[in-house]
Design a protein around this ligand. Structure first.
Ligand SMILES: Cc1cc2nc3c(=O)[nH]c(=O)nc-3n(C[C@H](O)[C@H](O)[C@H](O)COP(=O)(O)O)c2cc1C
Length: 250
């Protein structure tokens, strides 16, 4: 072998060794960081946080038609809700909107923009969503898993056995922290503003369900302590429940 061949072979070997070292390094990095990155993602994205569908901002039913046709629905078909429907309803309940002046605001008005209400979804029969209690995170338009399991029966029992809560595929529960409102507005805020906020939110849900061929009913008759215990509420008091589903056609 001539000198030139030998130096070419050495250069080739050197490059191959660098290649092997580089590959080993990449593999090592993948095993050390890649795996734990996935594990985090599994915990956050697929296990406890469910990203909702982007809501539609246009519909085929006018506000006037929705107001005209809205009625309380207490008989629900035994049919699941889709994630698109749930996404739309939750956005309408208290999702982000843009007023162009103060930046992102929310779908309902709130005294002093305090927004003391928390929105929970008690899901029993929603395609693609494990039964459970979820908190709606309006900023990220996501559901955060709060408790696993189907709580519809026990929730209905806490509401004087109102059958529609047991039968609807999902129920929205609105709860409020009173402290935030009391700090700013005192007793008047607690007595009036919290319920007013909840009323606005509820009407949004009513009109949105109406406009996408679903139905709901406002439920105020329930035992606060029992509902708080089921949902595991700490500083919040349940205000309203709204079972949501496809109206039964008789
Ligand atoms: C604050 C409040 C609490 C309510 N609670 C219940 C309830 O616990 N159960 C129920 O079946 N309907 C309940 N409703 C629904 C009313 O009965 C209903 O809105 C009313 O009869 C008018 O009928 P409509 O909604 O079809 O126009 C409640 C409504 C409001 C505003």
């Amino acid at each position: 072998m001539c000198m030139q061949d030998k130096s070419l072979q050495r250069s080739f070997m050197r490059k191959r060794n660098y290649g092997i070292i580089l590959m080993a390094g990449v593999l090592l990095l993948f095993f050390v960081f890649g795996k734990s990155g996935n594990a985090d993602e599994e915990n956050v994205v697929t296990e406890s946080v469910v990203k909702l569908f982007q809501p539609r901002y246009e519909g085929s039913v006018s506000v006037e038609e929705a107001i005209m046709e809205r009625r309380s629905v207490r008989d629900f078909a035994r049919a699941p809700l889709t994630m698109k429907e749930i996404s739309q309803i939750l956005w309408a309940s208290g999702g982000a909107t843009l007023d162009g002046i103060t930046g992102p605001t929310r779908a309902y008005p709130s005294a002093g923009a305090i927004y003391p209400l928390e929105i929970y979804l008690i899901a029993g029969d929603v395609t693609g969503l494990e039964p459970g209690i979820y908190r709606y995170d309006w900023k990220s338009h996501s559901l955060v898993l709060h408790k696993e399991g189907d709580f519809r029966d026990i929730l209905a029992r806490a509401a004087s056995n109102q059958r529609m809560i047991q039968e609807a595929p999902a129920t929205i529960v609105v709860a409020s922290s009173y402290k935030k409102v009391e700090r700013r507005y005192g007793e008047r805020g607690a007595l009036r503003y919290v319920s007013m906020d909840a009323g606005h939110l509820g009407q949004n849900v009513h009109l949105q369900t109406q406009s996408i061929g679903l139905g709901t009913v406002m439920v105020g008759a329930f035992t606060d302590d029992k509902v708080a215990e089921i949902i595991d509420l700490k500083d919040e008091v349940p205000i309203y429940m709204m079972p949501v589903g496809k109206p039964e056609t008789h």
